[in-house]
Design a protein around this ligand. Structure first.
Ligand code: UDP
Ligand code: MG
Length: 309
């Protein structure tokens, strides 16, 4: 196998403070990989500016002037982490693509191990966190619950793997054919097939800046993952409909024996069933909303400017 051209993709949303650490780290890393002969001379680290409001883009541009192994793409507005990753995977030309968060919480040194696995024929290498002890109790447990639900729904996921991964050119070309807008890349990429392996690492705290994923956004992302990969929630509605109907029949038949038809009881019953109905409708509406978004076929990202490419 020839020495591969690698592209490290780092999505950045208001990461001005963090870039002071991550740009030199990437300059160093790509330089080292080239020296060691595990990446070709034209390999690059590409910082994707996802519509930041701070000086992220200016910082990227000045790094591009200094170092030929750094390049940048600026999106026309904020498209979200997944859109920014996809922009990099579409716009760059490489043999191996590595996606990693710009805060470098995921150990960049692992890329070496990913490249070794890629060199021995693995198409997709996923970075997996060994532990989640830097997470809050709530985040840790909701994550466990999320992977259990996905598993239960028959969706292939790797617990504790997010978006730190290596993909070979072949799998990226296949991913580019997907036109879906409700992006949940970690599920989508595993659904491509191909030979997949993992590398394990400890995730560190952010060195600078703040998380762009508050609890609300994180839960919305997990929910999007479930509803864009499985229709099991809809089947649960149908099943519970049957269950409630049968229970109702039994209750009607036996009601005189219970002697509980009071105004309070019937009002309670009415509210309860209206609630269940509305929840079921809400869930169906969620899927209809997704169909609307897919039908519009709006782009997942718009590139405004490129530099160093
Ligand atoms: N990010 C992005 N667009 C967004 C939100 C986040 O490109 O709309 C980037 C962010 O700059 C970082 C990565 O996605 O490089 C992961 O975000 P963050 O570190 O804030 O998430 P956490 O690690 O706290 O879950
Ligand atoms: Mg982070």
């Amino acid at each position: 196998m020839n020495v591969p051209k690698i592209a490290i993709i780092l999505p950045c949303y208001n990461e001005e403070k963090m870039l002071a650490f991550s740009i030199p780290a990437m300059e160093n890393l790509v330089g080292k990989f080239i020296e060691e002969g595990i990446a070709s001379e034209n390999s690059k680290a590409c910082f994707i500016n996802d519509g930041s409001n701070d000086k992220t883009w200016e910082t990227i541009k000045s790094a591009v002037h200094r170092n030929k192994h750094i390049c940048g793409i600026s999106l026309s507005r904020n498209f979200g982490h997944q859109g920014a990753l996809l922009a990099g995977l579409h716009a760059l030309d490489a043999d191996a693509y590595i996606t990693i968060d710009a805060d470098l919480q995921d150990n960049p040194e692992c890329i070496r191990e990913m490249l070794a696995k890629y060199a021995s024929g693995t198409e997709i290498v996923c970075g997996v966190r060994k532990r989640r002890d830097t997470d809050s109790f709530f985040k840790r447990n909701t994550a466990i619950l999320f992977y259990r639900i996905m598993n239960l729904c028959g969706v292939k996921t790797i617990p504790n793997h997010a978006d730190f991964r290596l993909m070979g050119r072949k799998s990226v070309m296949e991913l580019r054919k997907y036109k879906e807008k409700n992006l949940f890349l970690r599920g989508l990429i595993l659904s491509l097939g191909f030979k997949t392996d993992s590398v394990y690492y400890d995730r560190t705290e952010r060195a600078a800046g703040e998380t762009k994923y508050p609890l609300r956004k994180m839960l919305a992302f997990a929910w999007n993952g479930i509803t864009s990969f499985t229709t099991l929630p809809l089947k649960i509605i149908s099943l519970s409909g049957i269950l409630f109907f049968i229970t109702g029949l039994f209750l009607i038949a036996d009601l005189p024996a219970y002697n509980i038809i009071t105004a309070k009881f019937t009002t309670g019953l009415f509210c309860c069933f209206s609630g269940i109905n509305l929840m079921a409708l809400g869930l169906i509406a969620e899927y209809i909303g997704k169909i609307l978004i897919e039908a519009k076929q709006r782009p997942s990202f718009i590139i405004e400017e490129k530099t160093g490419l």
